[in-house]
Design a protein around this ligand. Structure first.
Ligand SMILES: *[C@@H]1O[C@H](CO)[C@@H](O)[C@H](O)[C@H]1NC(C)=O
Ligand SMILES: *[C@@H]1O[C@H](CO)[C@@H](O)[C@H](O)[C@H]1NC(C)=O
Ligand SMILES: *[C@@H]1O[C@H](CO)[C@@H](O)[C@H](O)[C@H]1NC(C)=O
Ligand SMILES: *[C@@H]1O[C@H](CO)[C@@H](O)[C@H](O)[C@H]1NC(C)=O
Ligand SMILES: *[C@@H]1O[C@H](CO)[C@@H](O)[C@H](O)[C@H]1NC(C)=O
Ligand SMILES: *[C@@H]1O[C@H](CO)[C@@H](O)[C@H](O)[C@H]1NC(C)=O
Ligand SMILES: *[C@@H]1O[C@H](CO)[C@@H](O)[C@H](O)[C@H]1NC(C)=O
Ligand SMILES: *[C@@H]1O[C@H](CO)[C@@H](O)[C@H](O)[C@H]1NC(C)=O
Ligand SMILES: *[C@@H]1O[C@H](CO)[C@@H](O)[C@H](O)[C@H]1NC(C)=O
Ligand SMILES: *[C@@H]1O[C@H](CO)[C@@H](O)[C@H](O)[C@H]1NC(C)=O
Ligand SMILES: *[C@@H]1O[C@H](CO)[C@@H](O)[C@H](O)[C@H]1NC(C)=O
Ligand SMILES: [Cu+2]
Length: 573
């Protein structure tokens, strides 16, 4: 009953046999090319029973799952059929080694794809794991352009866990207002917040209460909004690849009556640990194992609840169906409500429990060359509400950085280096900022190629008294080591002494908890220009991000396809 062809993993049940079969053929195995043709268009959809325009890929939202093997090449011809809207698609978690121009980040690595144009993304999936793709142009992601990328290990490589079946679960939040209503509200002097999402979607399906639909078209029996059903065979073990692409919400996933064993995060194997509830932030992926060993005479709820915000959004539901029960038979129980939304320590604990699997530790460099401390604050600029990092709110330039840096069009953005720390001795992270005025800039951080960079994310109070939010930060082009988390203000003298240099997990997205800090380390060894930003769509839209440049001089000629906006249209190929 899965939405997509699934079922890899039977072979993993018999690792020895699997290994023998594959190793006999390894000599002839070649990296494959996976080609897809996508048409991106608006269509009326009812993912939560309420009809609205959604961005679809070949008529679907979520879009098709890309399944490839480590080392394969993925080629996607994307036709922009949005009629009146530009487009760019980011391959979240794919490092784009050697192809920074196909990262799909409008304003950073490419000009947008204009209506009627076709843009071809071509990249290697160099690491097994669960990844995502989504729009990276203004607030387009929340209109429905998203999907999963599943990269399998090379043939013959056995993973450090055993399961029978492999299933994917992608989580999202959903508004009935269109993306423009939200974007205009955020970018007006009369700041207007769209409010909490109407629904949470599990594999693109939610359930809005149609009695509250006002004048909108809402049909509770529309098959598009029938809940996702995960059918399990009693006694079998399921690998669930859970991904969150939410625009706003931090989520908590649970399957009633079943514990989950966390085995992977963002494409890296985790030292297994068991949870009843899994916290997952936008931009993260986790693999968990679920054993179907409860009373098989009934079905169970699989649910998501919002955490970290005092949300009004109802629980998102799916059904865990024990075969041969009827898949639509509702569980006899009330919906699980998840942990308390404000239980920060509970979520903090999951973060620190996430360590590298002992057999797969990639030791981090023991020292770093540079420490960048990024204070996240909510600010005002000329009467507009913004988010800022060290008092600078990121404005994307008209011409993408990759083009201007490579072509040395240095007038095209602010050449002053972005600030790499704040006045941490005097700044009170627990209080509303006394002077909320910040500045907006296109400035970036230029990194010495192949140097080791530490980034400390420092959280603080927002403009509202006694309020600090969770921000999941996502780094393009890299995986980083997560060296530590703390509550309160990071102390650059003492806290680095407590870093975990033994078994840190590597990730591409990590949360900074309310009033807390998170320390991460990466090597600037991937020539290109890379966004590092809060994955909450409205936060990035309001400036919560920075940009890193490294080794751009080592890149060959840029593809002409990424150019065409502003002055870049005059560049001769
Ligand atoms: C501000 O925006 C809200 C919501 O869009 C609207 O109801 C209100 O009239 C606006 N106020 C002003 C002063 O424009
Ligand atoms: C749907 O909303 C109506 C009106 O607010 C309410 O009476 C009803 O109980 C709701 N149904 C469910 C399933 O929550
Ligand atoms: C709701 O959807 C069902 C299934 O597609 C259809 O049979 C029914 O006529 C629809 N109801 C309305 C009021 O459109
Ligand atoms: C889940 O794990 C907890 C803690 O180890 C244990 O007490 C509980 O019995 C387990 N529940 C199930 C359904 O296995
Ligand atoms: C959470 O929201 C509810 C209303 O939705 C409100 O009654 C409650 O006071 C809020 N709690 C906090 C801690 O803000
Ligand atoms: C969370 O909010 C509830 C009220 O909604 C309150 O009773 C509780 O003390 C709060 N817990 C924490 C950890 O702040
Ligand atoms: C967090 O972990 C600590 C140490 O293991 C434990 O004492 C505490 O109860 C946990 N807190 C929550 C809220 O889970
Ligand atoms: C903040 O900037 C506004 C102009 O946007 C100005 O009127 C105000 O005086 C500034 N506030 C402070 C405390 O400097
Ligand atoms: C931001 O800039 C304002 C105005 O210059 C200043 O008062 C404030 O202290 C700065 N905040 C930070 C975090 O640097
Ligand atoms: C990058 O640095 C590492 C560690 O110092 C070194 O082993 C590697 O050769 C360097 N790579 C390049 C391309 O300079
Ligand atoms: C708000 O935080 C301050 C400390 O910064 C604390 O003294 C106060 O009690 C808090 N107020 C509420 C309503 O929690
Ligand atoms: Cu954020």
């Amino acid at each position: 009953m899965d939405l997509w062809p699934d079922g890899v993993g039977l072979a993993a049940k018999l690792p020895l046999l699997f290994f023998l079969i594959i190793s006999a053929t390894t000599g002839s195995v070649r990296a494959k090319i996976h080609y897809q043709k996508w048409e991106v268009a608006y269509q009326f959809k009812s993912p939560d029973c309420f009809q609205k325009l959604a961005i679809t890929i070949n008529g679907r939202t979520p879009g098709p799952t890309i399944i490839a093997e480590q080392g394969d090449t993925v080629v996607i011809d994307v036709k922009n059929a949005l009629l009146t809207e530009n487009l760019a698609i980011h391959w979240h978690g794919i490092r784009q080694i050697g192809t920074p121009w196909f990262d799909g980040t409008e304003g950073v690595t490419q000009c947008p794809v204009v209506p009627r144009d076709t843009f071809t993304y071509r990249f290697v999936v160099d690491r097994s794991g669960t990844y995502m793709y989504h729009a990276h142009y203004e607030m387009q992601r929340s209109a429905g352009l998203y999907g999963l990328i599943r990269v399998l290990p090379p043939a013959g490589v056995v993973e450090p866990f055993i399961y029978d079946y492999d299933r994917s679960i992608i989580l999202n939040d959903w508004w009935h207002q269109n993306t423009y209503e939200q974007a205009v509200g955020l970018s007006s002097k009369n700041f207007t917040w769209v409010g909490e999402p109407q629904s949470l979607l599990i594999n693109g399906r939610g359930k809005f209460n149609c009695s509250n639909a006002g004048g909108g078209v809402c049909n509770a029996t529309n098959p598009e909004c029938s809940p996702y059903v995960l059918t399990v065979i009693p006694g079998k073990t399921y690998r669930l690849r859970i991904a969150s692409i939410t625009s706003l919400s931090a989520l908590n996933f649970e399957v009633e009556g079943h514990n989950l064993t966390v085995i992977a995060a963002d494409g890296h194997y985790v030292k297994p640990f068991m949870v009843k509830n899994l916290n997952i932030y936008s931009g993260e992926t986790y693999s968990v194992l679920l054993k179907a060993e409860q009373d098989p005479s009934r079905n169970y709820w699989a649910v998501v609840n919002v955490v970290s915000r005092n949300s009004t959004t109802p629980t998102g539901t799916a059904i865990l169906n024990y075969y041969p029960n009827h898949p639509r038979r509702l569980p006899p129980t009330v919906l699980p409500t998840g942990p308390l939304w404000n239980d920060t320590m509970y979520r903090f604990n999951q973060s620190i429990a996430t360590r590298s699997h002992p057999d797969y530790i990639r030791p981090p460099p023991t020292t770093s060359d540079r420490m960048i401390i990024l204070l996240n604050t909510q600010n005002c600029i000329d009467g507009y509400v913004k988010w800022a990092v060290n008092n600078v709110s990121l404005n994307l330039p008209q011409i993408p950085y990759l083009i201007t840096l490579k072509e040395r069009m240095l007038h095209a953005f602010d050449q002053k280096p972005a600030p790499e720390t704040y006045d941490y001795k005097n700044y009170d992270i627990y209080d509303v900022q006394k002077n909320r005025n910040a500045t907006a800039s296109t400035s970036i951080h230029r990194l010495v190629f192949n140097s080791t960079i530490d980034v400390i994310l420092q959280n603080a109070n927002t403009m509202k008294r006694n309020n600090s939010e969770t921000h999941p930060w996502h780094l393009h082009g890299h995986a980083f080591w997560v060296l530590g988390y703390g509550m309160g203000k990071f102390d650059p003298e003492t806290d680095p002494k407590r870093y975990n240099l033994v078994d840190p997990i590597m990730k591409n997205t990590v949360a900074v908890h309310p009033y807390g800090w998170t320390a991460l380390r990466f090597r600037a060894d991937n020539p290109g220009v890379w966004a590092f930003h809060c994955h909450i769509e409205p936060h990035f839209f309001m400036g919560m991000g920075v940009v890193f440049e490294e080794g751009v001089d080592k890149l060959g000629k840029l593809p002409v396809a990424i150019m065409g906006c502003g002055e870049s249209k005059h560049i001769k190929p």
